[in-house]
Design a protein. Structure first.
Length: 235
């Protein structure tokens, strides 16, 4: 599956995985429509929807896929409010929908925060510390108060917590390293990339399934980009 931080690959890089991601989406959609009251079916569908929406070629498609998943999750939460996966993937699909909107996305951002905080309370370890990772990225990217929820302090807290909980997962280290570069702290970012280098081979073996092919391509691109950014700071 694709990770919480949306992929930012070039269109040409995405093509090899589009068919597989689309197939998983349709399989999950079929399972969900056959048993819409199954919480497991709902969040697996929402996960596949996020992956597929993240590869959408236009805003109309992204919004349509995300909206159906959002509806499925909200419905499921009316009878299973304590499902951390449902809350988590609801937040991710809200994020996909937010990408298609302008100022109206601010309301979605606040709901994303609420859903991920709830998921974190129920199961902070889900998706390799996904709730903290998502909250950290949300606080990093969103406008600050009073317009929205953005906060560098909160971003750091949650991104560091994700690394503390699962430092063997490359996404967590890369997200914090990218944030450190954003905050102009090259020494801290360099240490995190060194950690990425140490775990890289083992992680590559651990997450070697076809579902991670696109994710690995994204991780490699971001790793290279971060290294390039740090090299520029020592010139």
């Amino acid at each position: 599956m694709l990770m919480a931080a949306s992929l930012s690959l070039l269109a040409a890089e995405i093509q090899p995985w589009r068919a597989a991601v689309e197939r998983r989406y349709h399989e999950a959609h079929t399972a969900w429509t056959a048993a819409p009251n199954s919480v497991s079916n709902v969040w697996h569908f929402a996960r596949a929807s996020f992956d597929w929406a993240d590869l959408a070629t236009n805003s109309t498609q992204r919004a349509a896929v995300a909206n159906e998943a959002i509806h499925a999750c909200r419905t499921a939460l009316t009878h299973s409010p304590d499902s951390a996966p449902t809350l988590y993937y609801l937040g991710l699909n809200l994020g996909e929908l937010a990408q298609t909107r302008g100022l109206s996305a601010l309301k979605l951002v606040r709901e994303m925060e609420t859903r991920w905080l709830a998921a974190r309370t129920l199961d902070a370890t889900f998706d390799h510390a996904g709730p903290d990772r998502c909250l950290g990225l949300l606080y990093l990217d969103a406008p600050g108060w009073p317009a929205s929820v953005g906060s560098s302090a909160k971003a750091r807290t949650h991104l560091e917590q994700a690394v503390a909980m699962d430092g063997a997962f490359p996404e967590n280290l890369l997200c914090l390293a990218e944030a450190e570069i954003h905050w102009k702290r090259p020494a801290a970012a360099r240490k995190l990339l060194e950690q990425v280098d140490k775990i890289w081979a083992k992680a590559r073996a651990t997450w070697a399934s076809p579902e991670f092919d696109a994710t690995w391509a994204d991780w490699q691109r971001r790793r290279t980009k971060a290294r390039t950014a740090l090299q520029a700071t020592v010139r």
